[in-house]
Design a protein around this ligand. Structure first.
Ligand code: FE2
Ligand code: FE2
Length: 493
């Protein structure tokens, strides 16, 4: 059986809600946050007279005044884990994440919840603002009042500072942190799909783009995997993004990175592995679309062509710009990803050779994603069916150790499985239990809808008891989501 990936059906996937804030304002707002971020950092090293400080101070001034001119005032407010600009939530790009996080964390530490500038600001005002901020002690309840008073003492009465709203309890904060990671993960995920798509389009047009942008995205993905891997694994349930090939590459890289982490790879190695996984099928850009898009049953000649894609992939990445980012491990990984343990598979080898570790990792990730993805000509396998099949097949084709790690990674009930609970409720496996003793008791999302018919996400931990020794809920069996017309990916967006 062949689980190679060809572009499948292109049903739309639910897109992110439309931006509430105009693109223009979002851009100015994000720019301002990034300038404030830099200025806050620089102000910890230099004083107001320093040239470097003054240069950054000028840039911040321009950023804040551009907004005041446009909007007549600027109010920045922190609510939970978001920044609001003039009462509208400011969305950050994946690139802006560090700045947002820095400003949020440092303002929160000093219990500052917001600032309003009601007039154009000059260098003196901005400097007072930054240095008074620095002088505040962490965690002092009256910091905001103190701040506003000190500004007024300097004759600045058009800048008001407000305290952080207290509703953010410790517990709520961790769940918000998770929510925050989720938003960033989604952004990085879709941005990676978009970047892979752009690169392949360029390659099809015989242009060879650089790899640094993609490398940065892989580094961000690794960072997110360290914070909370289950969010990324949840995103791999999105199987029918407009263009399957790109989505597939990103999914394969997420699984590959998760495997690499369990093998103790360094960040450097993980970055190389992630990039290799994203490029594993790049050779397909050289195969005519009629062949690629053929739902099933390639003829002999077409198969010969299809089997060339690993080699064509090698050729392609060796032609990319910034070749310094590509090393032999990556090239060999691409070459190997369809070779099988007994040296069958393709490309045909004259002499048997060991399959490289990158090749073996990508192969496992590739097969798992391809099997669990719907195609025009067949329904997808459930995660459980796919793993069972891979286990049966393991001696011949797949690396048994890596396969074991994959199973541990997705759990006995893999993330995204639809399960029936003993309460009669349906659930979707959301996160494996961190304690291996409770592998059969993951966190699940209970499937329900609110009165408007919108999907409601209620999270249940299957280790929860009724107070005594009885568990509230237990998985009875897994179900096929296709039979229940349930779009699993919706629950992860
Ligand atoms: Fe693939
Ligand atoms: Fe492939």
């Amino acid at each position: 059986m062949e689980f190679d990936s060809s572009p499948g059906e292109s049903q739309g996937v639910s897109k992110a809600p439309p931006e509430a804030m105009s693109a223009d304002l979002t851009k100015l707002g994000s720019h301002l946050i990034s300038k404030i971020h830099v200025l806050m950092r620089v102000s910890l090293i230099y004083d107001a007279k320093n040239e470097t400080f003054r240069q950054f101070s000028q840039e911040s001034l321009q950023a804040v005044n551009a907004l005041i001119q446009k909007e007549r005032m600027v109010s920045l407010k922190i609510l939970k884990n978001e920044i609001f600009l003039n009462e509208e939530r400011l969305r950050y790009s994946a690139d802006g994440f560090t700045s947002f996080k820095y400003v949020l964390t440092h303002w929160k530490k000093k219990l500052i919840g917001g600032v309003t500038f009601r007039e154009l600001v000059d260098e003196r005002v901005l400097n007072e603002f930054i240095f008074i901020f620095n002088s505040l002690e962490d965690g002092k309840e009256d910091n905001a009042a103190r701040f506003t008073k000190r500004l007024a003492d300097c004759g600045i009465d058009f800048v008001t500072v407000t305290p952080l709203e207290k509703s953010v309890s410790e517990e709520e904060d961790t769940s918000l942190e998770r929510e925050d990671n989720r938003e960033v993960a989604k952004k990085v995920f879709f941005e990676t799909i978009g970047t892979v798509k752009d690169m392949i389009t360029q390659i099809e047009g015989k242009q060879y783009p650089g790899v640094r942008k993609l490398k940065r995205l892989v580094q961000k993905t690794i960072h997110l995997a360290v914070e909370d891997e289950s969010i990324l694994l949840g995103l791999t349930t999105i199987k029918n993004y407009d263009e399957y090939t790109y989505n597939h590459s990103v999914n394969v890289s997420i699984y590959a990175l998760a495997l690499g982490r369990r093998l103790g790879f360094s960040r450097q190695m993980l970055t190389e592995l992630g990039l290799t996984a994203l490029f594993h099928d790049v050779g397909k850009s050289k195969i005519p679309k009629e062949v690629l898009n053929k739902p099933a049953g390639l003829d002999d000649e077409e198969w010969v062509l299809m089997k060339k894609h690993p080699l064509m992939g090698v050729e392609t990445i060796l032609n990319l710009k910034q070749l310094g980012e590509i090393n032999p491990r990556m090239v060999i990984g691409i070459f190997d990803h369809h070779l099988k343990g007994d040296a069958s598979g393709y490309p045909r080898l004259f002499r048997k050779k060991e399959i490289s570790l990158f090749g073996r990792i990508i192969q496992i990730a590739d097969v798992y994603d391809a099997m669990t993805t719907p195609r025009v000509y067949r329904k997808p396998w459930t995660p459980e069916q796919a793993l069972a099949f891979m286990l049966r097949d393991r001696g011949k084709h797949l690396d048994p150790t890596l396969l074991k790690i994959l199973i541990g990674l997705v759990g006995i009930f893999p993330i995204g499985s639809l399960v029936l609970l003993n309460t009669g409720e349906l659930g979707i496996v959301f996160k494996p239990n961190a304690d291996s003793k409770w592998m059969d008791r993951p966190q699940v999302i209970l499937i329900s809808r609110d009165q408007k018919g919108d999907v409601k996400k209620e999270l249940a931990d299957l280790t929860a008891t009724n107070g005594g020794s009885q568990f509230k809920r237990t998985i009875v069996k897994t179900l096929d989501p296709n039979q229940y017309h349930i779009d699993i990916a919706k629950y992860f967006l």
